[in-house]
Ligand binder design. Structure first.
Ligand SMILES: NC(=O)c1ccc[n+]([C@@H]2O[C@H](COP(=O)([O-])OP(=O)(O)OC[C@H]3O[C@@H](n4cnc5c(N)ncnc54)[C@H](OP(=O)(O)O)[C@@H]3O)[C@@H](O)[C@H]2O)c1
Length: 518
């Protein structure tokens, strides 16, 4: 978030080069960076996986992924392709690591004059993180990482590792992963990627909160009644049923993305926009979120699973009817959660987080509802409309923007009051919104960790959700599926928020969930 840094020359090593993430995100993001001249001049990319391929075959394979870029050009491609290389290897095997990868890395660092700067990207199944990280260490590839120093960054070569979520499956496995990473890399060299945080509006949120003086005085329990954060998807599990069965909405969305958004929204003012200062405040905030007892879980969290229904006029089969899910699956495709932050600023303000698949609308938004005016001298002057509390809505997607609801007077005789909205659309600024992965890869090359998570945040987030996950694990739900595809989720979620509710769904939409008719 600080002033734009220059990416260091480096070799990028992608483990999992034949996989889905490399195809859909990583290579297109690197091509995008090349097209926009953001890649350092001295930079190479080495793909690693077991599938046998030559450099040229890898280039042929990746070209169609780049051609999807609306601004694709043959010239840029030729320039980009020269940097692309491939090494078939079993990265879990130390012998092939030492015999094949180490010499290849050395040769490519020389060819592209990248010094010993290497960015390792773990785009493999989480079960492979441990052996790959240990092999990187055991092969002597992390020469300078332990001596990373911020005083004279250019003087020392660096080795960094980018880790994809999920960061563990629970608190124990996350702590284990962090210990393994810590044996080989300094904490400052570990980049735990969360593509959600690369989203333009989350960064906009930092600017909105900390570049404007008018909101900060209101940003506390004295003025804010409650906050809702929604991340709703219209799609079901699509072809990710096998993965999703082991994850669920709590792990996939709340533990990672939404708690991070909450931290950015509610943390104290950082000393600067530097990564370290942002990390300190976000960590402090996450550690202030109340960790409930397992037995309290039903009071603080609701789980849901979609049954058959219709989304945007199209039928969608029930989650349990997916060929890759169990017929009696307990996996939640919806989670709503109430959180309390035990600090001076937020004492007593509830934060409601919800996320779901197969919902009525695709939508990510934050709604901050303010307390009513303390002494309503204009009561009963709102005509037919009920006066609404002041509300700040931050739309993350679609249509990134911010709007503020307030009460205004209708021109003319008397005092006829109406609800009004001031609307800001980020598209008004123009400019090209950079794809999240391109942004994050560039930050990693620059050594800017402000949009990445550190181990303490990850572990704090797990501590918050573990009591609920444990309760759900120990108390299977008898009523799943409990919401219809195309609705706004289970009715219990309405009850969770009722004292402050209802959930703020887009204008004109029903706000009450439908019970699934079975
Ligand atoms: N796909 C997404 O949209 C997405 C989104 C967020 C996070 N992620 C995370 O990103 C990671 C990768 O996901 P993915 O969807 O790309 O998985 P994937 O399609 O299954 O790809 C896995 C890759 O790992 C390689 N691999 C497996 N065993 C290997 C070994 N012993 N040595 C070297 N390479 C090996 C595979 O290639 P070979 O079989 O050729 O070895 C393949 O290239 C996962 O941790 C996932 O949770 C993915």
């Amino acid at each position: 978030m600080s002033a734009p840094l220059k990416p260091d020359r480096c070799l990028i090593v992608i483990f999992g080069a034949s996989g889905d993430l490399t195809k859909r995100k990583l290579v297109p993001a690197l091509y995008d960076l090349c097209r926009n001249r953001h890649l350092p001049k001295r930079c190479g990319v080495l793909g690693v996986s077991r599938t046998a391929m030559t450099d040229d075959e890898f280039r042929q394979r990746t070209k169609p992924w780049c051609e999807k870029d609306p601004a694709f050009s043959e010239d840029t491609w030729q320039h980009f392709a020269q940097r692309l290389h491939y090494q078939p290897a079993d990265a879990t095997d130390l012998t092939s690591f030492k015999q094949q990868l180490v010499p290849r890395l050395g040769a490519l660092c020389k060819e592209h004059q990248t010094g010993d700067n290497v960015l390792y990207y773990l785009s493999v199944a989480p079960g492979l993180y441990d052996p790959i990280v240990m092999n990187i260490g055991a092969s002597g590839l992390v020469t300078e990482g332990k001596r990373w120093c911020s005083i004279n960054r250019d003087a020392l070569p660096w080795q960094r590792v980018v880790v994809e979520k999920p960061f563990g499956h629970d608190l124990d496995s996350a702590e284990h992963l962090n210990r393994v990473l810590g044996r080989v890399f300094d904490e400052e060299s570990v980049y735990n990627i969360d593509h959600y945080l690369g989203k333009e509006t989350v960064q906009n949120l930092l600017v909105f909160r900390f570049a404007n003086a008018i909101f900060e005085p209101l940003w506390n329990r004295n003025y804010i009644d409650h906050v809702q954060i929604t991340a709703a998807e219209t799609v079901g599990v699509e072809d990710r049923g096998a993965f999703y069965e082991k994850a669920g909405a709590m792990r996939d969305m709340i533990q990672s993305h939404l708690l991070q958004v909450l931290a950015v929204l509610t943390m104290d003012t950082p000393n600067s926009s530097r990564a370290h200062d942002l990390r300190v405040e976000q960590r402090k905030l996450l550690e202030a979120i109340r960790v409930i007892d397992e037995a309290q879980a039903p009071l603080f969290a609701v789980r849901g699973q979609y049954g058959a229904g219709e989304v945007n006029g199209e039928p969608l089969a029930a989650y349990r009817d997916d060929p890759n899910t169990a017929a009696d699956s307990q996996t939640e495709t919806y989670t709503a959660m109430k959180l309390l932050i035990d600090n001076w600023r937020w004492h007593g303000v509830p934060f409601f987080l919800r996320t779901g698949k197969a919902m009525r609308r695709k939508l990510t938004q934050i709604v901050v509802t303010f307390r009513p005016a303390p002494h309503p001298i204009f009561a009963n002057m709102c005509g037919d409309e009920a006066p609404q509390p002041n509300r700040l809505v931050i739309n993350v997607q679609p249509d990134e923007g911010i709007n503020l609801r307030f009460i205004g007077k209708v021109p003319g005789q008397g005092t006829d009051l109406r609800n009004a909205v001031m609307d800001f659309d980020y598209a008004q600024f123009g400019g090209e919104v950079q794809e999240a992965y391109a942004h994050l890869l560039l930050d990693a090359m620059c050594g800017d960790r402000s949009l990445f998570k550190d181990r303490f945040e990850i572990e704090a987030a797990w501590r918050i959700v573990m009591p609920v996950l444990n309760y759900w694990n120990n108390h299977p739900a008898a009523d799943l599926p409990n919401y219809a595809a195309g609705s706004w989720g289970p009715a219990e979620a309405d009850e969770l928020i009722a004292p402050h509710g209802p959930w703020r769904n887009p204008e004109g939409e029903v706000s009450r969930s439908k019970y699934l008719q079975r």
